[in-house]
Ligand binder design. Structure first.
Ligand code: HEM
Length: 541
């Protein structure tokens, strides 16, 4: 065959293939153009036309992928996304809307509007969040229902004059135990005794992460070690020693769960979250065993709150695993934030020696002969310990990562904007706490002194910032954290005792540990993986 004939044959052979490839490409290009046009029309309609038609609705931060919305950015750094959205709207502080994974949140960043959210318990519900957690962690539907069904006003046990459900009464029980008064003082004395007894080198060396280098010092990874000690403290004070006897590994299991709590909050499928589910199962199983021991036989005794909640729940038929799952949430509330706050407070002090010395000097009066912890209550008095107060507040400000979220149960107006039933409204505490207009210059820097500047008429040691409505480290309204007084007492007393008895110094020259801004938590931010710092704790000479 001649070369010409040869190429003609090849062309005849490949022409249909080429033709169909060109047709396919053409179809693909047309499909892509159609999808793009549809997307542009949808986006223009949703984010340009609708806001003009309905100016009384919060404007929505635009996105390109329907349903998914800002899901990816929310997952990577929710607070970063919220800041970007706020500046997109010119930092006007009007409520705006944001969609992630098919869920729409109305974000409230102005303090006046956040007060409207906290005041409204009629059409904004926190219970939905709590019930969601109960479901995720294994409570049966009928149990959740009976816990949120109104109980008779004349029932036996904890008084119920308003005929409320156990779910609502539980909040009153928390307040009864944890708000200032004799019940809180009793618990604080337990914390005092625990700290006084256990903050010695022999006891501190037994924590799994501690390494004993010689008989006068130990070395610890600070985050891990604060977590282990604080969970042990919380557990012993609330549940007595029985829980540790049942499961000596419980604090370690809880840390493993708590570091992966974001998988629970994002409701990851079980095949992707065995590493979170297994330790969570261990904590719940150990609590279940604990409740099989009769109250009178539990050594060390439990707090009033634990025994009362148990009695009240048994009275409405909550037993076994269901009882353990409900109390698991309390175990979580007691332990998740204090361990991390202790770590951040200690880190800020260690990296700021003058502040550490001021903290140590102010709290010296709390200690008696041979470092005995005799008066931890003076540490709570801002007029006696202004630097403790300042360091505590600034640590909460820098490490708070929570947002108050409520389900909208009926159409509601907040900040003059109409918010639709079924969506959620969110008050991101961090945006409030990083407002330079309220908290002063360089809001991203740790500056304890911002809490020491007083206005005329302020009580000694009490700074006006602590009374600002922008200050929300513990949320607000009826659901404001009931553990806030005990949390401050435990963390500041623990740190004061550690500094009174030991020298605490960095091993090597590590940079300040970075917070993990990607993963959601229920309060205080975690440390970035790999950023824990090693610290040497040695007896003070
Ligand atoms: C530094 C430590 C702590 C921080 C930063 C913290 C923070 C918070 C926050 C932000 C909320 C949500 C409030 C809302 O959305 O309105 C909350 C609720 C709560 N906290 Fe804490 N908390 C801490 C320690 C504790 C402790 C030690 C307990 C002890 C029991 C506790 C018990 C609770 C309870 C029971 C709730 C739910 C309130 C309700 O359902 O009404 N917290 N906490």
């Amino acid at each position: 065959m001649t070369p010409e004939a040869n190429s003609a044959a090849v062309i005849t052979e490949i022409a249909p293939v080429l033709n169909s490839a060109i047709t396919l490409n053409f179809v693909l290009i047309r499909a892509t153009v159609c999808v793009l046009l549809a997307l542009i029309s949808w986006r223009t309609w949703k984010f340009t036309v609708l806001p003009l038609l309905y100016p009384d609705r919060p404007k929505e931060y635009p996105y390109w992928v329907p349903f998914m919305g800002h899901g990816r950015a929310f997952f990577l750094d929710s607070n970063g996304l919220l800041s970007r959205a706020r500046s997109y709207f010119g930092n006007k502080k009007e409520p705006f809307a944001l969609t992630a994974f098919g869920m729409t949140f109305y974000v409230v960043t102005q303090v006046k509007h956040s007060a409207e959210v906290y005041r409204n318990s009629e059409t904004l519900s926190f219970e939905e969040f709590v019930q969601g957690l109960m479901r995720t962690n294994g409570n049966d539907e009928n149990i959740i229902k009976s816990m949120y069904t109104a109980l008779p006003a004349d029932k036996a046990g904890f008084p119920n004059p308003l005929g409320e459900s156990f779910g609502v009464l539980a909040r009153r029980m928390h307040a009864y135990q944890l708000h200032p008064g004799k019940n809180l003082t009793a618990l604080q004395k337990q914390v005092q005794g625990w700290v006084d007894r256990h903050l010695n080198l022999i006891d501190l060396a037994v924590y799994p992460s501690a390494v004993s280098k010689c008989h006068t010092s130990i070395e610890v990874p600070l985050y891990q070690w604060c977590s282990e000690t604080f969970i042990q403290l919380g557990q012993d004070v609330y549940f007595g020693e029985t829980l540790s006897q049942i499961d000596p590994e419980l604090p370690v299991a809880f840390i493993a769960f708590d570091e992966l709590i974001w998988k629970m909050l994002y409701q990851y499928p079980s095949f992707m979250s065995a590493d979170m589910i297994t330790p969570r199962g261990q904590v719940i199983a150990s609590l279940n065993k604990y409740f099989h021991v009769p109250q009178k036989e539990r050594s060390g005794g439990a707090a009033w709150l634990i025994n009362t909640m148990e009695d009240e729940m048994r009275a409405i038929g909550v037993e076994g695993d269901n009882l353990a799952v409900v109390v698991f949430h309390l175990y979580l509330a007691i332990n998740t934030n204090t361990r991390k706050t202790a770590f951040w407070l200690l880190s800020y002090l260690i990296y700021n020696p003058p502040l550490l010395e001021a903290y140590r000097a102010e709290t010296a009066a709390a200690f008696g002969h041979a470092g005995a912890l005799v008066d931890p209550f003076m540490i709570q008095d801002p007029s006696l310990c202004p630097w403790v107060e300042a360091a505590w507040h600034e640590t909460l400000r820098m490490s708070g990562w929570a947002a108050s979220v409520r389900l909208i149960t009926a159409d509601t107006v907040i900040g003059g904007k109409y918010m639709r039933k079924g969506n959620r409204v969110m008050v991101p505490h961090r945006l409030l706490h990083f407002d330079a207009g309220v908290f002063g210059e360089q809001p991203h820097e740790f500056r304890a002194e911002r809490w020491t500047q007083k206005a005329d008429g302020d009580k000694p040691g009490i700074n006006r910032l602590a009374r600002s409505p922008s200050w929300r480290p513990f949320g607000g309204g009826k659901t404001m954290c009931s553990g806030r007084f005990l949390a401050r007492f435990s963390v500041t007393t623990f740190v004061a005792t550690l500094l009174a008895r030991f020298d605490v110094e960095l091993v090597g020259n590590p940079s300040f540990p970075r917070p993990d801004q990607g993963r959601p938590v229920l309060g205080t931010i975690s440390v970035k993986e790999g950023d824990d710092v090693r610290v040497k704790i040695s007896l003070r000479k």
